[in-house]
Design a protein around this ligand. Structure first.
Ligand code: PSU
Ligand code: MN
Length: 305
């Protein structure tokens, strides 16, 4: 396989791509902007371990010194988790990182772009970006990237800080199927319930692979978004989260925080307001998504052989 030289897969990932083994891409904004150190490093390691345990290979994607890296060593993960003022790299930011030789974490949109470029088909994240509440024009590039990138993306719904009905409407407009994994309800990140429906419920990794094949064999170019509810034991009820989300959002408005800084501010503030309970939920759902993504990647590779 020949790659665009701007994309740098590790030796392990190049080999896995050649051998057609199961790969799962992982984003890194959750490391650089979503969680504090050292929980971010622990989480990055745990997600990779979870994927390996299932017999698949993790490919954490990030920018290091202006290079688009696919698959990081443990030392590189450690470096990224403590980087001073890392960039948050979405699609518009790759060239910035390259010319400034900067390091940064890739968002869902950024990770989709890089992973698809090297031929990875499955990706695990926490919550996708979406349409923000009360700010007339803040719609995450994640939604556009999902509309344009034929990959399976496992998430726990969209981040609860978002306008979820508007986010689902946007996905529908853009032709992105939203699969509920063993549920008909779109999960709300910290909570299993949102009162909103997914477009289809599927109950096994194999069914998800069959669905994605059917979708793409028709010539569709969008992602298949798999919404995997946070495990029951770690979920926080929607009624408990809603007032805290409203409080954090009001503070962000008062402080005039918007654009790229908004999501990290809200996640941090909600973690403080819940005395880190929401952070533990965040960690649990990320691991749960890594597990399902690995199972999907395995099912996909088994069908190919
Ligand atoms: N979910 C989390 N933590 C995060 C994010 C999502 O639990 O840090 C990141 C993802 O990388 C997502 C990004 O792509 O936030 C969306 O940012 P924005 O709303 O600025 O597009
Ligand atoms: Mn935004």
């Amino acid at each position: 396989m020949s790659f665009n030289p701007l994309f740098c897969p590790s030796t392990e990932i190049s080999h896995a791509l050649q051998m057609n083994t199961s790969l799962v891409a992982l984003e890194s904004t959750v490391i650089t902007h979503g969680l504090p150190y050292p929980q971010n490093l622990q989480l990055a390691r745990d997600m990779e371990a979870e994927i390996r345990h299932e017999g698949a290979t993790p490919a954490t994607i990030a920018l290091l010194d202006g290079k688009i890296r696919i698959g990081l060593t443990d030392e590189e993960l450690a470096r990224l988790s403590q980087a001073a003022s890392p960039l948050k790299v979405s699609r518009r930011d790759f060239a910035t990182a390259i010319v400034k030789k900067a390091s940064g974490g890739t968002t869902v949109a950024g990770t989709l772009f890089a992973a698809h470029n090297v031929g990875i088909k499955v990706f695990a994240t926490g919550g996708i970006g979406g349409v923000h509440k009360e700010s007339s024009f803040d719609i995450s590039t994640d939604l556009q990237a999902l509309a344009e990138t034929p990959m399976i993306v496992v998430c726990a719904g969209a981040k609860a800080i978002l306008d979820l009905p508007a986010t689902l409407e946007y996905l529908e407009t853009m032709g992105v199927p939203v699969v509920g994994y063993q549920t008909s309800e779109f999960p709300a990140f910290y909570s299993r319930e949102s009162g909103l429906n997914v477009s289809v419920r599927l109950d096994s990794p194999q069914e998800i692979v069959d669905f994605a094949r059917a979708h793409w064999s028709l010539g569709m170019r969008s992602a298949v978004l798999v919404a995997n509810p946070v495990p029951m034991t770690d979920a926080i009820p929607k009624s408990e989260m809603e007032p805290l989300i409203a409080k954090a959002s009001a503070e962000a408005q008062a402080k005039k925080i918007h654009g790229q800084a908004l999501t990290p501010f809200l996640l941090k503030r909600i973690s403080e307001l819940t005395e880190e309970k929401s952070m533990r939920t965040n960690l649990a759902l990320l691991l749960n998504n890594a597990l399902l993504a690995a199972q999907i990647a395995k099912a996909m590779a088994a069908n190919q052989k």
